[in-house]
Design a protein around this ligand. Structure first.
Ligand SMILES: [Zn+2]
Length: 250
């Protein structure tokens, strides 16, 4: 049986309610974390250790979280697994800028995007359980390329083409795999949508709060290129269709 350890989720008394409530809680935690990290910027950079410690201190439970810089492009949040394939904790990897010693004030965009993923994971253990199930069953291996190429992508969007490609792709999965894939894709896209918003918002805020540490204000990546709401709608329609068909078969 797959399990999510106590060090990877919030206690029930803190974390409950609908999906909407849980997203609000994740945003609230990210906002509190921002207030703390904002105070730590007395110069243009802070150490990754200080970032990690502040994140730990801003999490209302004893969570296993570590932050690691790396050299290649793009930031990713990974869920860590222990030996029994249970979820034990989290790892946030943030791209290190060349020539820079620590996390820069302008990295706030990526950093607060990733911490939003972290808080979303903490407040939605069900999503982690589903991801874990999909990894062990091999569904992730079968679907990840499609997800990257067709759903979570900046490629030009055409509703009909995406609908067609999705219907075609789903034919190679059984009904359970189809439902897992669609539900988890929907969660992931909603979480990306929120994470981009958070990165944008806090890059703006931190620069306004430290005009002495920046030269000229910059703005974050726009999330519109991804067409999140349109693609989420396509997935939701598909799920409705599958559930309706399943109902009719009974
Ligand atoms: Zn993301």
């Amino acid at each position: 049986m797959l399990k999510i350890s106590q060090t990877a989720k919030l206690p029930l008394e803190i974390c409950k309610g609908s999906y909407k409530d849980r997203i609000s809680l994740a945003k609230e935690l990210n906002s509190k974390f921002f207030d703390e990290i904002n105070k730590k910027f007395t110069q243009k950079t802070i150490s990754y250790d200080l970032f990690e410690k502040t994140l730990k201190d801003s999490t209302p439970a004893n969570i296993d979280i570590s932050v690691q810089p790396f050299d290649k492009k793009g930031g990713v949040t990974c869920v860590g697994f222990d030996q029994d394939q249970d979820i034990a904790g989290y790892l946030i990897r943030i791209e290190k800028r060349p020539m820079m010693d620590g996390l820069g004030i302008l990295d706030t965009e990526v950093a607060l995007h990733e911490t939003m993923h972290y808080f979303s994971s903490l407040t939605n253990p069900k999503h982690n359980a589903k991801t874990l199930k999909m990894i062990t069953s091999g569904t992730i291996a079968k679907t990840e390329k499609f997800y990257r190429d067709n759903l979570y992508t900046r490629n030009e969007f055409n509703k009909e083409n995406t609908q067609k490609a999705l219907s075609e792709f789903l034919k190679q999965l059984n009904t359970e795999e189809q439902i897992d894939f669609l539900q988890s894709s929907r969660y992931r896209l909603i979480e990306e949508y929120n994470a981009y918003d958070e990165g944008y918002k806090y890059l703006d805020k931190i620069q306004d709060s430290h005009p002495e540490l920046i030269c000229e204000k910059i703005y974050a990546r726009e999330k519109e290129d991804f067409h999140f709401p349109e693609i989420i709608e396509i997935i939701t329609d598909k799920l409705k269709e599958i559930f309706a068909n399943r109902h009719n078969l009974k």
